[in-house]
Ligand binder design. Structure first.
Ligand SMILES: C/C1=C2N=C(/C=C3N=C(/C(C)=C4\N[C@@](C)([C@@H]5N=C1[C@](C)(CCC(=O)O)[C@H]5CC(=O)O)[C@@](C)(CC(=O)O)[C@@H]4CCC(=O)O)[C@@](C)(CC(=O)O)[C@@H]\3CCC(=O)O)C(C)(C)[C@@H]/2CCC(=O)O
Length: 210
């Protein structure tokens, strides 16, 4: 049997990986704290070029980290996002909530004539106030969140809006970026995004450093 030559220590792999990202990515558009988040997002997608698609509102890091320090929940559109959040990094044993598989969601989807991903947000009403929202999969969830907020739903502290794909992904993130709601946000422009990048952004916000 061949003994392959590779790094076997998890922390050493992370350190080497983050160092490569910092060497290769152009992070000049970001503050130091935004750059830490960008590094983790690039690490999750394997593409240093992705950095040119990242946009942070100036107040995002303080608002998102403050929400977690205050014990507010992380509200996720997909189980994949929720499962990617490293619980040990969360500063206040925060709840990580995804209502997509709630038994009420399919019926709600029929009622509102939208996807299950969007309908699941109707079950966030009590939890939205001051929360950190993390949308990494479904463009319809981000569009629907904006509609809920425009109709007066409680305001989250910050929105990580990174749905991926070809139908509605770019448009939903553009809508968040130009929205007059004034809620701090982090987005990935265009088609790129996804559950892994979104969970990585939450993990980076949760604690500074590795
Ligand atoms: C149209 C949908 C898109 N899904 C994408 C990419 C991925 N989705 C995966 C999985 C396993 C799930 N996607 C659902 C959220 C499902 N996906 C949709 C919907 C049909 C509509 C959402 C929308 O357009 O906004 C949505 C179902 C719904 O009614 O809301 C999922 C719930 C489907 C299911 O299993 O029932 C499920 C999420 C499960 C969970 O984590 O909770 C993929 C893994 C697909 C695969 O199997 O290959 C992948 C993951 C991508 C990621 O990083 O998150 C798109 C590309 C986002 C696409 C929307 C845009 C488009 O261009 O079509």
């Amino acid at each position: 049997m061949t003994d392959h030559d590779y790094i076997r220590d998890g922390n050493a792999i992370y350190e080497r990986s983050f160092a490569i990202v910092r060497e290769e990515a152009d992070l000049s558009a970001f503050t130091e704290e935004q750059a830490d988040i960008a590094v983790r997002m690039i690490h999750a997608c394997g593409q240093v070029e992705a950095a040119s698609h990242f946009r942070f509102s100036p107040d995002f890091v303080v608002a998102a980290r403050g929400a977690l320090l205050a014990g507010k929940p992380v509200l996720c559109d997909a189980e994949m996002v929720a499962h990617g959040v490293t619980r040990a990094r969360l500063p206040a044993d925060n709840d990580v909530i995804c209502t997509l598989r709630d038994p009420r969601t399919p019926e709600l989807a029929k009622k509102i004539g939208n996807t299950r991903s969007a309908a699941a947000l109707d079950l966030w009403a009590e939890k939205l106030d001051g929360a950190l929202v993390a949308i990494g999969n479904a463009p319809t969830a981000l569009f629907y969140l904006l509609e809920m907020l425009e109709k007066g739903a409680a305001r989250p502290a910050a929105i990580i809006g990174m749905p991926v794909g070809f139908v509605g992904a770019a448009e939903s993130k553009d809508a968040l970026e130009v929205s007059s709601l004034g809620i701090p946000y982090a987005i990935v422009k265009g088609r790129m995004g996804g559950s892994a990048m979104t969970a990585a952004a939450v993990n980076a916000v949760a604690r500074a450093g590795l």
